[in-house]
Design a protein around this ligand. Structure first.
Ligand code: ATP
Ligand code: MG
Length: 409
């Protein structure tokens, strides 16, 4: 099918007042960055609607890219005719003619006269457009109620827009329109999905990853960078902070509190993430926790862990089933990377029986007994290295550019 342009709809940003303009601008700037890959296409804003004129760009790949833009709810490919009855009839007929129908299709015309000076009413236009189509295409059967095919004919002064498809887009709030949060990104299935869900809600996300060289390998780091890269495809670019966690982590071993080790590690992760959040101007921490999934994600565990930070902890997956999380991770393109084998710093020292019900007082006492802990946390924060990733980032670039954490190698 040959189309002239795309009609883009946005849902939740039908907000009032100042926010509307701000949100619209955020969507437009995101669309603009996607259109860099489609140089002939042009964006146009008109009466609170957005259009992308194709100017010969291929429609399928463009739609696939636009579908991922947060804030957009649906996309319709449109044929434009001039606003004269004959042209509209001709264009409508050509539109239907291009569809390959093999069996009967229930059908109606839905005309909308937006430009009131047009001589025929919407109701008249339904008939004027519909009657010749039914005659010409015998497989079309009229049905007013729930037809399979609705031919929309929007009559505007500057042109008449003909379309029948409404392709869903990802929805949510525009990129970065709701502030910034730090995402604790491991190499697993959950945290990338939590990151994407946050981004869909309009959060700008910076990733924080804790590694424990030499217990975790260079491949584990590359895997996490790869995951962050996939996420950057939804944002344009994304920062990842790589935190050397070995010293903090090993301060918890050999103190006779093995069953608390995950609790202790998670609390320290939050403290370091909070330091990074303050430096970067982020107001929340996002994790991939899902209630009950593992020992550190029981309600008592989350309670004790969460008290290590004053920042709001956002857990987008908290009530989701694993199947649902896996489904999203496949859809957003992180699953294949997430399931590659790797060692996470947390899986290394997993005790035989991690506690599911830690006691806050006990945990605080253990922390207080490790005198150098605040210093180790500060040191890990200071030695953190930051990469800025885009979808075209070549893993290993940071090494050529002078090396991130030589101790990786
Ligand atoms: P995931 O699939 O995201 O790894 P998980 O089900 O394996 O989650 P855990 O390993 O218990 O769960 O981790 C819970 C959350 O803690 C993760 O979703 C992530 O937000 C954070 N986290 C765990 N390990 C790390 C790490 N090495 N660096 C950064 N964040 C981490
Ligand atoms: Mg994990």
């Amino acid at each position: 099918m040959k189309y002239d342009m795309l009609l883009l709809r946005y849902g939740e940003i039908t907000l009032k007042g100042k926010n509307r303009g701000r949100f619209e601008n955020a969507v437009i700037s995101h669309i603009r960055s996607v259109l860099k890959d489609f140089p002939k296409a042009k964006i146009r804003k008109e009466y609170g609607r957005l259009y992308v004129e194709l100017n010969g760009e291929e429609v399928e790949p463009l739609i696939a890219s636009l579908q991922k833009i947060f804030g957009l709810t649906s996309i319709s490919p449109v044929v434009v005719s001039s606003t004269e009855l004959d042209s509209i009839l001709e264009a409508s007929s050509a539109f239907i003619g291009q569809m390959d129908m093999e069996e009967e299709v229930t059908f109606k015309v839905h005309a909308r006269r937006v430009w009131k000076a047009f001589p025929h009413s919407s109701h008249e236009m339904n008939h004027l457009v519909g009657a010749p189509l039914l005659k010409k295409y015998p497989l079309l059967k009229v049905s007013m109620k729930d037809p399979e095919l609705t031919l929309n004919v929007e009559i505007r002064e500057q042109g008449t827009y003909i379309f029948c498809q409404t392709i869903p887009a990802v929805g949510g709030f525009p990129r970065g329109s709701n502030g910034k949060a730090m995402l604790l990104l491991s190499g697993g299935i959950d945290s990338p999905v939590a990151g994407w869900s946050s981004m869909r809600r309009g959060l700008e996300v910076e990733c924080v990853h804790f590694y424990s060289y030499p217990f975790t390998s260079r491949l584990a780091k590359e895997k996490v960078i790869e995951l962050a890269k996939v996420l950057s495809g939804y944002a344009g670019e994304i920062k990842i902070h790589l935190v050397p966690f070995t010293e903090v982590q090993t301060s918890f071993t050999g103190i006779g509190q093995d069953n608390l080790i995950i609790t202790l590690m998670r609390r320290s992760m939050l403290r370091i993430a909070e330091l990074l959040a303050k430096r970067e101007g982020a107001l929340a921490i996002v994790t991939g926790d899902s209630l009950g999934q593992v020992a550190s994600q029981t309600l008592p565990s989350m309670n004790v862990i969460g008290r290590a930070t004053e920042l709001p902890l956002l857990r987008p997956l908290i009530m989701m089933d694993k199947n649902e999380i896996i489904r999203i991770s496949k859809e957003i393109g992180t699953y294949e990377t997430s399931i590659l084998p790797y060692e996470d710093c947390c899986t290394l020292f997993v005790p035989k029986s991690p506690t599911t019900n830690p006691n806050l007082r006990v945990v605080e006492n253990v922390e207080a007994s490790i005198e150098k802990l605040p210093e180790l946390i500060q040191d890990a924060f200071e030695r953190t290295e930051t990469l800025v990733l885009t979808k075209d980032y070549v893993i290993g670039e940071e090494e050529e550019a002078g090396g991130v954490n030589e101790d990786w190698f």
